[in-house]
Structure formats: structure tokens, C-alpha cells
Design a binder for this molecule. Structure first.
Ligand code: 3H9
Length: 722
């Protein structure tokens, strides 16, 4: 947990030892408290150096302990005793000093950091504030504006930035612990008063009007928080630091963290933390797993298709230092794509202060033949199965036999593509999300033929690109878009019943979504879904002309988006969609009076009497319909865990992280309530079979609504894909 040793005769070396990240669990806190006391009371010890084992100082409190009854000594008294000591205490920071780890370091009198170390207060990402003095000491060290930015965003800083800000005293390239020991020897007994090094004794440095900075900070944070409490509470803690004496500030910090620690938002955010990490731990029915499957080396990647997705994927690969051969079939499209890719790389290089973007890694070509030597191909052509099949057949002839063939389809059958190749085991889906160079999510779609090696390679490549990869099974729309379809259906039905697009969007944004569903639809282009509906026979010549317009495949159907597309209202790009834009390509959505008239006419044409749609109905119908489909996805083995579904929604669909994801949200609302509300809505809308509660949801309620990580035990896999 922590080791005590003596070095250079008079220096006590305390080494935190709790792999993998030296989190401050109860046992660690107890051990450090004991050995720090020993060091501070041992007459032969003149100074203390505090460090972490295996190149990591400390990642803060043990997150697994949150929500459990408190045990072990608290961190605050330990930090106070250390800071109050007359013996200099030096922190030797390697790896990370985060959260409680940085709070301990701020309680030390001096901080030496390795050049590669990162420091910060990421508590806000867990629904918390720094709760062991960090919110009071950091502003006393670096001033209110800098502390405000770091604490409210949770941004980590490099050792170099920490040095500039004044968080650390020295940055070293060599051996941090040896340097810290020498440093400690130098400051023993020297008349450098420790008093000035005790941050609790300082008043925050005000270079500017703190009240104005805090007020501005609060406004900014509220605007960005999308309903999350923790960033707002961080500002309150900093206000206490700026206006109160240290001891009163600490009392406020304690009250504020106690208010947050058991909040539903903190639970949701901590759930997301572990869900994101668990998503890496995939397994296949064959028994192959993340930790027994070897990925292939990927040095050169082919990207076929330079539309919006292909461009983003190319940029992402090049930024990760991977050579790309980008293929486009038409010269004009190639020219547009090439300019767009180079422009994005140029802007990115400028942002990072690099003089030259890594364009040497790029080859643009009109010939598939140039893909002979790539390790992996990502196909990003139109969502047209016939086109993709032709391409995959050709790729098989062109690429070396070991090349992995990946498709970026957003919902088409990956197996159908695998079977046209002679290398079915090397075919997987790599479903990126637009814009692919920004969005974090990657669905890795695994078909029955996909090998563990192919899955491992796609997941590893995703990680190199900085993506959060989630392995999912193959079905129309996979996980994300399959659930999205039901979400969209509910939104269209709400319009039919009396709501306006901006009303639905406002409710969803107040719930915390980055953007309302109709704004998202305008941004992505209404024609995307139109093409998919045509391809799947929901509209077009294959539909029996006697089929009523609001009825398809045995259930209620809303032709609203099809009607808009027929009128050329495709969203932002055409200047009109669910909203009105100043010009085609405009970004600012405005409610459209013509849309309101169109909806009125539509309702009267179909004899629909508009009614007032309450906000809670918008949320319930949209989110419960999604979760209900999530339960079906789990039962079918398309997703391995409810957590994976939530990771997909948080990282790919703008679901508010502080609400955990659609499955976690359902659990927090209460599964019995969700079941009862779905039954209610299904009774009102028997023509929407997807509102009928799924068998898994019913079984979970019968089993007493167990917590999310126990749901798996109630899944009765019929044909598990994972
Ligand atoms: C806090 O300190 C509150 C204070 O103010 C005091 C209040 C009184 N606890 O991410 P990785 C596990 S709040 C428990 O894959 P990386 C993680 O689950 C805390 N476990 O590696 C994973 O386990 P597994 C503030 C933790 O190299 C393994 O370690 N601190 C913790 O990509 C490896 O993690 C934070 O928010 C933890 N604190 O990134 C820091 N941290 O292998 C959170 C990690 O079983 N942590 N684990 O899946 C991180 O940001 C990253 O994990 C870190 C390493 C950068 C440290």
C-alpha cells in the first residue's frame, strides 16, 4: 500500500504502492497516515520525499469506494499534518498526480515533476469537486482564473505547463526521485521558511477582479454544463476560496462535496468511467477475448471513398501517424476530398502550433490497384449494398491476402459483405461517427466469420486513433443506429400528435443532449435516412400502392421526413429542414413558420387532432423507447453489456454523460416505472409494437430490478453474437 525507507541517512522515502495507479483506497490512506506520522516524529528524519511506485505518483481517490460506507482515515487531516510539519516534504511526481493525488502533492512543501508527468483535478468528470483541500489550495497557488479553468473542466496539464503555472517547482528529464531527494537535502535546515510554502497560509493571488472572473466563469460553466451540477459547484468552491479564510473555505468544500458525493449525477459519471474502461474487455462466443487475442500490426491503411466519412477517417489516421492511401473513383470527388483533408490537417496543425501538417503520410489516388500493399482497408463509400459488394470483391483481388477489409457502413449487413470475399475471417465493421476526426465512438462490428485477430486489430487501431471502441454484433443499424431509429420514430410521432420540432429539441436539450434530435437530423442531412428507407423498401416502387401512407410493415409509420426530402428540404445543406437556415450550409437553426403550417396541413390531411405534448412525455417516449430496444439488443447478444450500450450513446450520440446512458437512466428512473410507462404508451399506441415492454425488462422487474451490472445474469441468449 505504501512503503517506508530511509535514504541519505536523514531522508524518509514514502512510496505509494497500490497498482495499477496507486489509488488512495482506505488501506493506502491508513498506511500513509501511519508512516507519515512515523517520518514526521522520527528525530533522525530531517525531510520526507513522497513518490509512487512503477512510475505513477497517484491517480487520486479509489473511485470504486465511492457510494460505499466510508472507512479508513480521511485524506484531509493527513494533508494538514504533512503541510504543518516543520520538516520539508517534497513530492516526486511521475506519471500522473490526479485528484486526491494532486491534493497530497499540494500539501507537500515542494513538487518536482518528471517531464512526462500529467497533473490535474478530473473530479468534475466524476460529478465531484476536489474534496481534500484542492479547491482551496490550487487557487492560492496559481490564482483564481487558472484554477477556475482547470477545476471546472477537469483538464490535465503537462509538467511543462504545470511549471509555467507554478504548480510544480522543477521539471526533470532524468530520475525524479533522485532529484527530489537531492532537493530535499538542499532545503533541510536552510532558512527557507516553510511558512511561505504552506498553501493554506496564503491568500489567493488576485491579479484581476476575482468576483468578475467568478461571475463570468459561472455563466460560462452553466451554459456548457447541460444540466450537470458538478461544474457549477466547482465555481462555488472557488468562490469560497476567494472570499473566505482557509478554514471556512475548507468547511464549505466539505459541505459541497458531501452534497455531490451521493448524487445521482456523480453515480452516473462514475458508472461511465468504468463502463468506458470495461468496453475494452470484449469477448467472442469462441472464447477469444481482449486479453488472449493478438492484433496485427497496422502500418499502412487504405481508405476508399472521400466523402464526409472517408475524409474524417483519413484525417484521424494521419494524425495518429499512420500512412494512408486514399482512393476515390471520380476525379472531381477526389479533388474535393483531397482539398478538404489537407485543409483539416492544416487547421489542426495551426491549432497545435505545428508548422507543417503530416501530409507526407498521404497518398491520393484514383486507382484501387494502389492498395496492394496496405495492411487494412476502410471502405467508406455510399450506403449501397450492391456497390459495397462489388468493391469488396475487387479489394480481394487487389489487396495482399492478409489485408483486413473493414466497412464503415452505418447499418448494412457486414456478413453479406464478408461472404463475397475469400477472407471472411478478415472482414469486420469499423463504424465511425461523423465527424470521424472528432467523434470518439467506434463500433467494431463482428460477424459470425470475423476472427478474434480481426476484432483485436480493429479495436487496437481504434485506440491508436483515440477512439472508444465497442464490439457489437451484426444486425441492421448495429446498436447505436438501431436504437436511434426508434428514438427518431417517437420524435416524428410527437410532431404528428401536436409538438413542434423546436419544442421537442428544447426538452431534449434541457434533459442534457448536446443537440435536439431535429437539429441533429438537419446537421447530418435528412437524405441520409431517406436513402436507407428507400434501400430497405419502406418507400419507393416496392411499396404496394394500397398501403396507407402512415403504415409500413405492420406498424405505424411517419412519412414526415420523406415529405420534407421530396420538397428538397434536406437540412442545413439545403437551408431548410426541420428548421430554417439563413443560407444553404447555414449553421443557425431558426423555427420555421412554414414548417408549422406544413405540420398543421399534414395533421388535418390525416385527421389528427393536435394536443399539447408535455415535456415529460417527450423524454419518456424518446428515452424509454430507446432503452426498451436496448433490452432487446442485450437479449439478442448484439451488445455484450448494458454498459456497452451506454458507452455508445454517451460517446456517439451526445447522450448527457451525467445521466449515464439510456440503460443506466432506465435503471435510475426505476425499471418498474419504465415498464409501467411503456405499458401505458403501448396501450395508447398499439400500432407501435416497439413500445411493448421487452421480455428482458419484464423479467428484470420480476427479479426485483437488480443493478445494471447484474442484468447479464437475466439475459436468455437465444443466438448470442458476442
Ligand atoms: C478524487 O481524487 C477525489 C478527491 O478530491 C478526494 C475526495 C475526498 N480509482 O484508465 P486506465 C483503474 S476522485 C480506482 O485504463 P490509463 C481503471 O479502472 C479521483 N481505479 O489507464 C483501470 O482498471 P482496469 C480523481 C482507478 O493509463 C486501471 O486503473 N482521479 C482509478 O489509460 C487503469 O486505468 C481521477 O479521476 C481510480 N482513481 O489512464 C483519475 N484510476 O484495468 C481517473 C484508474 O481494471 N483515472 N483506475 O480496467 C484516470 O484518469 C486514468 O485511469 C489514468 C490512467 C490517467 C490514471
Amino acid at each position: 500500500m505504501a512503503r517506508y525507507s530511509r535514504t541519505e541517512g536523514t531522508i524518509a522515502l514514502i512510496t505509494l504502492s497500490n497498482p495499477p495507479v496507486n489509488a488512495l483506497g482506505a488501506a493506502v490512506r491508513r498506511t500513509i497516515t501511519d508512516i507519515m506520522h512515523r517520518a514526521l516524529t522520527d528525530g533522525e528524519v530531517k525531510a520526507v520525499v513522497l513518490c509512487g511506485e512503477n512510475g505513477t505518483f497517484c491517480a487520486g481517490a479509489d473511485i470504486r469506494e465511492f457510494g460505499k460506507p466510508p472507512s479508513g482515515p480521511a485524506l484531509v487531516p493527513l494533508i494538514h499534518d504533512m503541510e504543518a510539519s516543520e520538516k520539508p516534504v517534497v513530492a516526486a511526481i511521475e506519471g500522473v498526480a490526479l485528484g486526491g493525488g494532486l491534493e497530497i502533492a499540494l500539501g507537500c512543501h515542494y513538487r518536482i515533476a518528471h517531464a512526462k508527468a500529467r497533473l490535474g483535478f478530473p473530479e468534475v468528470m466524476l460529478g465531484l469537486i476536489p474534496g481534500a483541500g484542492g479547491s482551496q489550495r490550487l487557487p492560492r497557488l496559481i490564482g483564481i482564473p487558472a484554477a477556475l479553468e482547470l477545476i471546472t473542466t477537469g483538464r490535465l496539464v503537462s509538467a511543462q505547463e504545470a511549471l509555467k503555472l507554478g504548480i510544480v517547482d522543477q521539471v526533470v528529464d532524468g530520475n525524479t526521485i533522485e532529484t527530489a531527494v537531492k532537493f530535499a537535502l538542499n532545503v533541510i535546515g536552510v532558512c527557507r521558511p516553510l511558512l511561505s510554502r504552506r498553501l493554506s497560509e496564503r491568500t489567493p493571488a488576485f491579479s484581476v477582479d476575482a468576483a468578475a472572473v467568478l461571475e463570468e466563469g459561472m455563466a460560462r460553466v452553466k451554459q456548457r454544463a447541460r444540466g450537470a451540477f458538478a461544474p457549477v459547484v466547482c465555481v462555488q468552491a472557488l468562490r469560497a476560496a476567494a472570499t473566505l479564510p482557509y478554514s471556512r473555505g475548507m468547511e464549505t468544500e466539505e459541505q459541497l462535496i458531501n452534497m455531490l458525493i451521493d448524487s445521482s449525477q456523480a453515480r452516473a459519471l462514475q458508472y461511465c468511467f468504468f463502463a468506458q474502461r470495461n468496453a475494452r474487455k470484449w469477448s467472442l462466443p469462441s472464447g477469444a477475448r481482449w486479453n488472449n487475442s493478438k492484433p496485427r500490426a497496422v502500418h499502412r491503411v487504405g481508405v476508399v471513398g472521400l466523402g464526409t466519412m472517408g475524409r474524417g477517417i483519413t484525417v484521424s489516421l494521419v494524425k495518429a501517424g499512420i500512412s494512408v492511401v486514399a482512393v476515390e473513383m471520380e476525379e472531381k470527388q477526389m479533388d474535393l476530398g483531397m482539398r478538404a483533408v489537407l485543409g483539416m490537417l492544416e487547421r489542426d496543425a495551426q491549432r497545435r502550433g505545428d508548422t507543417r501538417p503530416p501530409t507526407h503520410l498521404l497518398t491520393f489516388t484514383l486507382s484501387l490497384q494502389q492498395l496492394g500493399n496496405v495492411d487494412l482497408v476502410i471502405e467508406a463509400v455510399f450506403e449501397d449494398m450492391a456497390l459495397k459488394k462489388r468493391l469488396f470483391t475487387e479489394l480481394c483481388n487487389v489487396c495482399k491476402p492478409s489485408t483486413l477489409l473493414c466497412t464503415n457502413t452505418s447499418g448494412l449487413d457486414v456478413d453479406a459483405l464478408a461472404v463475397v470475399t475469400h477472407r471472411r475471417s478478415l472482414v469486420v465493421g469499423m463504424h465511425f461517427f461523423a465527424p470521424a476526426n472528432v467523434m470518439k465512438l467506434l463500433e467494431v462490428v463482428c460477424g459470425p466469420h470475423s476472427s478474434a485477430e480481426a476484432v483485436a486489430t480493429a479495436m487496437t487501431l481504434g485506440k491508436r486513433l483515440g477512439k472508444v471502441g465497442v464490439v457489437v454484433g451484426n444486425c441492421p443499424g448495429f446498436v447505436g443506429n438501431r436504437m436511434m431509429k426508434l428514438y427518431l420514430d417517437q420524435a416524428y410521432f410527437l410532431l404528428e400528435e401536436g409538438a413542434a420540432p423546436e419544442q421537442v429539441d428544447q426538452v431534449l436539450e434541457e434533459f442534457g443532449f448536446t443537440m435536439g434530435i431535429f437539429k441533429v437530423s438537419d446537421l447530418s442531412g435528412l437524405d441520409v435516412g431517406w436513402r436507407v428507407r428507400k434501400a430497405s423498401g419502406l418507400i419507393g416502387p416496392d411499396v404496394n400502392p394500397k398501403t396507407p401512407s402512415r403504415w409500413r410493415q405492420g406498424c405505424r409509420y411517419s412519412p414526415l421526413p420523406d415529405l420534407l426530402c421530396e420538397q428538397g428540404h434536406l437540412g442545413q445543406k439545403s437551408g431548410r429542414g426541420w428548421y430554417l437556415y439563413e443560407t444553404p450550409g447555414g449553421k443557425e437553426p431558426k423555427p420555421d413558420p412554414a414548417m408549422h403550417r406544413f405540420l398543421q396541413e399534414y395533421r388535418s390531411r390525416y385527421g389528427l387532432t393536435p394536443r399539447h405534448v408535455h415535456a415529460h412525455e417527450v423524454i419518456e417516449r424518446c428515452t424509454y423507447a430507446m432503452a426498451n430496444e436496448g433490452f432487446r439488443i442485450l437479449e439478442e447478444g448484439i451488445a455484450a453489456r448494458a454498459e456497452d450500450i451506454d458507452v455508445i450513446y454517451v460517446f456517439g450520440y451526445g447522450w448527457p454523460r451525467h445521466r449515464g446512458g439510456p440503460m443506466f437512466h432506465a435503471a435510475q428512473v426505476g425499471l418498474a416505472t419504465v415498464l409501467q410507462r411503456l405499458e401505458h404508451y403501448h396501450q395508447l399506441h398499439p400500432d407501435v409494437p416497439h413500445l411493448q415492454p421487452s421480455p428482458l425488462l419484464q423479467r428484470l422487474v420480476e427479479a426485483g430490478s437488480p443493478p445494471v451490472h447484474h442484468w447479464r445474469e437475466h439475459v436468455q441468449h437465444l443466438h448470442s453474437h458476442l
